[in-house]
Design a protein around this ligand. Sequence first.
Ligand SMILES: [Zn+2]
Length: 323
Amino acid sequence: MLRTVPFVGIFAAVILVFVAGCGGSSPQPTTTAGGDSRPAREKLLIVCTTPMVGDVVRAVAGDRAEIVTLLGPGVDPHLWSPTRSDVLQILGADAVFLSGLMLEGRAGDSFARVGQSGRPVVRIAESLPKSDLLLDVANSSHFDPHVWMDPILWAKTATSVRDALSTIDPDGKDTFATNTAAFEAEAAKLDSACALAVGSIPFAQRMLVTAHDAFGYFGRRYGLEVRGIQGISTESEASIADIERLVNEICERRVPTVFVETTVTDRAVRALVEGCAARGHEVQIGDALYSDSLGRGGSPEGTWIGMVRHNAKSIANGLGGRG
Ligand SMILES: [Zn+2]
């Protein structure tokens, strides 16, 4: 078991070593030079941040690893900071997988320090070619981190997961390659379904208004204009002027539906609806979209494929198409 040490200075107190494979039929504690002991395990223990990262790592790892996802359904990764319990899980893992591109912006220091311990810390979205990424319009020195909204782009991250797992667990290399190919095939089917759904929306109504700017990659892939009331990150609040500008645009374009998100307060979306009503344009609120988290485990939206499929269907239905 992990030692119990005070939270302050925990990273300095624990010297971690990476143990490749972690196999063995009779688990024995693995003791490091610093006295930290982690149990030898039948399987790799991989800690992931968001449910979307957990989904792709689970798909590639198959049954060769135990996957722990730190952020539960509905938790906003932009605002997430690791709790003491999260830190202990991170320290006990054989490898840590993040989305990256500043998505888990408040946790960056923690993971940087884990990386210094010598264990793999893999930022899967940062493996994508820069030319595939969108810039944050409000801060052009940052990329938009919401890459899981484009199925083909997100499928590319599976190759970085495959490569990292193959280094950690070379005996599983063939399994990881097979699982990656299967994931890419499923992503291609999802891509076709999304294209069909969005393609059914009347051209003039292809404008997606959501609580925050998480759908840029989805819009680029399928030909939708996107407007988020808040920016790329939920850390900054929308101003009254921002809402007024959007009210004007929604009224001019006669947008029929705006969307709330499961991880973001609906306050600003409701302000939009009221603003439009005051101008004589009735706009409805569509199904809640899954932007930065999946649905509950066991539900169709509890997987990345189910999440994106739900979003495409809800957007199409809300904007006059057929989901
Ligand atoms: Zn977001």
